[in-house]
Design a binder for this molecule. Sequence first.
Ligand code: NAD
Length: 526
Amino acid sequence: MNAAPPVLSNVENLASNGQPKLIVSTSPATGRKLGEVWAATPEDIKRIMETARLAQGPWERLGLRARLALMRGLRDAMYRNLDRIVDTVVAEQGRPRFEGMIEYWPTIELLSYYLKTARRTLAPEPVFVKLVPHRAHWVERRPHGVVLIIAPWNFPMILSLAPIFAALIAGNTVVYKPSEFASQAGEVFTQVIHEAGIPPEVFQVVHGDGDVGAALIRERPHKICFTGSVPTGRKVAALAGELLIPVTLELGGKDAAIVLEDADLDRTAAGVVWAGMVNAGQACLSIERVYVMRQVAEPLVEKMAQVINDHVRLGPGEAVYTTMGAITTEAQIRIIDSQVREAVQQGARVVCGGRIAEDKGGRFYLPTLITDTTPQMRVARDETFGPVIVVQAVDSEEEALRLANDTRYGLTGSVWTRNKARGLALARQMKVGLASVNDHVMSHSVPNVPWGGVNDSGYGRTRGKEGLLEMTTAQSLSVERLAPLPREFFWYPYSDLKYNLLRRAMHFLYGPTWRDRLRALSRNPY
Ligand code: NAD
């Protein structure tokens, strides 16, 4: 009799013992079982990668017009499956229903944006090359080949589908590994993509944990788009570096908001609390640190506590009154809890929350505000990835900016002020991929802008024009304009005459003054 397969679940993730693994998905809010899938075996991985390699040529040769027609069908399929997609993501992540919908909108809008702009973005670009004016040159965008997309469990919809759309439109085949904690979402996306008529060999899903992710990389995809934590990102980049595979890395953050003394405190409190608590703080771009001018620190903290008190309701996503859902994984709630406990032991003050909500049945953490922290505390320094906001008073704009930038992360940031010019000047100095004034995460939902960080938050961009170009490589092409010359000027034989002609040309083309240039034409210029 076969031993029972090990189970990877949203509740616990058992170690591998070399057996095929079953991934069981349960709601972190209610514990309800949602479904199960088998993790890929080493043989599956080899077969899937080979299939993707073989399918890539025909998919590319299909042409952009035909691929876009299929992608238009995908938008229709997404529309038909709206409730199914949203409900699956909401149930598996234990999120409020509303938040499922606000993830769906930018996702489908991103596809619409690409449907409208991809032809322009991917159009061949002519280049005039002075060195060989008798030849035509231009740059075409070629797909990489097989793109491996490794996704995290938070925001599984936009973080999976954004690179999937771009990769498929550009002519790549896609091997997609959803997080082991979002496998049901991954299944639904796959079914919708296939329902739209994207061939099954062009888009394939592979389930599994980090071992499966690493095994997929070892099969040498032509490009990797990884979204996840910094430690995993480092491993992915190291392995990809060894195999010389280009990677886009979308990693973690410890994002800051700077609140100036002239800010509209009601709007700021509402905006900062939302941006810190949305998705129960499990957002790479959520506000985890607030640096506020001392003269308005107290009223801001009071107003933020009031917003939490008035509006944040914990509960299972299915309930309409819920505004904050569960913590998706057991490991994550332990990180949140240990950071907060440690900060309290070191002298931080909890204004509200500060503990696991044990009476809620599922895996919930109370919305938490903390003050009196020091920059050395883990809660003020490391990614918390939970509903915890640290508020620190500062005495000047410069101090706020210095503290905001004093981090190894650099994903997003915001400045809150009534003075737009002052806000923008500060926003520009934040060392982040995306900064806003009087809003924080909204740009995450604007598909036209590139998304990505600096420093430990990763490199490369998804979404926007850059996100599509990232799934391509530039191929330069060149052909003679008329009939080919018998021989090009640069070819053998070399001669004094050719050398002197070249030398005169350098003077004529690059001489800093007209005199220098005209000298090139004189009888004896040197
Ligand atoms: P994670 O790093 O644990 O896992 C991400 C994915 O990588 C999963 O699919 C996982 O199975 C896979 N994986 C794990 N080990 C691997 C390995 N050795 N090789 C290949 N793949 C491997 O991240 P998570 O816990 O799923 O997601 C949360 C993290 O993601 C947070 O740090 C968050 O800030 C970050 N994140 C970043 C962005 C962004 O756009 N910058 C967006 C969302 C989440």
